[in-house]
Design a protein around this ligand. Structure first.
Ligand code: FES
Length: 106
């Protein structure tokens, strides 16, 4: 098995009972998953996407995290935002204006 170069986490607000509750889910985080998956295929990125439980950054939801870069993005609600973030990743850059402020220098 080859390990992917990128692991993209999208908060789906899963709780211990499996219910999707919380800010990210309520603001539509799961709605962007098909677009994100399609973009990964179209761009031929070596990446996997995981929908997660609460990432403990609810005030910034919907939250998306890209590893191994450890980039934490806030309020991801539109396809254009995903495009900009993936463009930056492909260029080895950061889409700084979407980063969670507290994570910019960490
Ligand atoms: S519900 Fe997404 S960070 Fe808490």
């Amino acid at each position: 098995m080859n390990k992917p170069q990128l692991h993209i986490l999208v908060c789906a607000s899963f709780r211990s009972g499996g219910d999707m509750q919380g800010v990210c889910h309520k603001k539509g985080s799961a709605d962007l998953l098909p677009y994100l998956e399609n973009e990964i295929v179209d761009r031929e990125l070596d990446a996997v996407v995981t929908s997660t439980g609460c990432l403990k950054a609810c005030d910034h939801g919907p939250v998306m995290v890209i590893h191994p870069q450890n980039q934490w993005y806030a309020r991801i609600t539109a396809e254009e935002m995903i495009d900009e973030i993936l463009d930056a990743v492909e260029d080895g850059q950061v889409a700084a204006r979407y980063l969670i402020e507290e994570t910019k220098n960490v």
